[in-house]
Design a protein around this ligand. Sequence first.
Ligand SMILES: *Cc1c(COP(=O)(O)O)cnc(C)c1O
Length: 396
Amino acid sequence: MNVPLLDLTDQNRSIEPELIDTFKRVLRSNQFILGPEVEAFEQTIADFSSVSYGIGVSSGSDALILALMSLGIGQGDEVICPAFTFFATAGAISRVGATPVFVDVCPVCFNIETNSIREAISNKTKAIIPVHLFGQMAEMDEVGKIAKKYNLAIIEDGAQSLGAKYRDNPTGSYGTFGTYSFFPSKNLGGFGDGGMVVTNDEELASKAKILRNHGAEPKYYHQYIGGNFRLDPLQAALLSVKTPKYKEYVQARKNNAQFYINNLLEVEGVEQAKPEHCGCFDQQTEESRHAKLILPVEYQHCDHIWNQFTLRVIGKNKREELREHLSKKGIGAEIYYPVTMDQQECFQGPNLSRVPSVPKVAHQLAKEVLSIPIYPDLTDEMKSYVVESITEFIYS
Ligand SMILES: *Cc1c(COP(=O)(O)O)cnc(C)c1O
């Protein structure tokens, strides 16, 4: 059997007639830059985030850059982000001329470890970018408290967590800004690149809109040096075909995650942390040090949207061996992410980044993590086959 890591064939086929009609509509509208298609989609994503403003942009990476630019963050400023994330989070900070400060993460939820944030703050710190990795939100109560105390902006990197919740509040509703990506592998995947910035702040929203369009307002009168960060109306319109089905897509991922958890927990050597809270380090129980495989967990106070189902494979080279085993069985698996930000070549050297203390957990995770197929259209047979194949590996 073949179980790819991600396959959108069925998802797209089921809406193909609507997508084609939408393409025709945009084609015949003759509006190919911004306009009503983009505005309608912006409103939908703002609503998903329980905030007032959405600004459609060219990618999730540009969304981060635009949020930082709108806050006036640049040369001489520091921005704190987790060492364990996709490169764009850190890259955006450098791209605006600021210095990324890398901190450690929680071994249970993979998200930014809040005590490390406190230790990383300096008089140059301007913002924190918590990343809601793999579809579960970071410990936003704590992040919020720290931001308030030190007067820092929060940019939620929600590229992997559109619609995820923390204590009933959605991604994007906590931060000064929230950012999204519609890269095809995200839960709301487009047909090419796309992104969004959301905020509740009217002034910042209007500044972001101006910066998205070369900083011009009115046209040809440039208040700021912005860029071309615009989302295409065609992309916005096509994505709008998927938004009414978004809950369904997420529910299917949740069902898949529950299936994996129920079945894999039956296997000896497979463990899962308790779902109470992001206790971070103290949640690593004595038993889990003897585990062969640790499952991801959805905290009780969170609503996880499962963009990835990420295992921790314990033991030297075991992760590579499991990946190889799955590959031989026709099952796709990927390492998100093999190299932490503080270890990236481009951040080595004075002033390129700051690392207040070695992010040990992040380094450990980079050696252990393996994400397995979780996309909505997986069949029961496929999921069973994945479970069987993993079980076979653990008993071998
Ligand atoms: C995908 C992703 C991004 C970047 O989004 P693009 O649309 O690919 O530019 C940023 N941060 C995280 C955490 C991501 O997963």
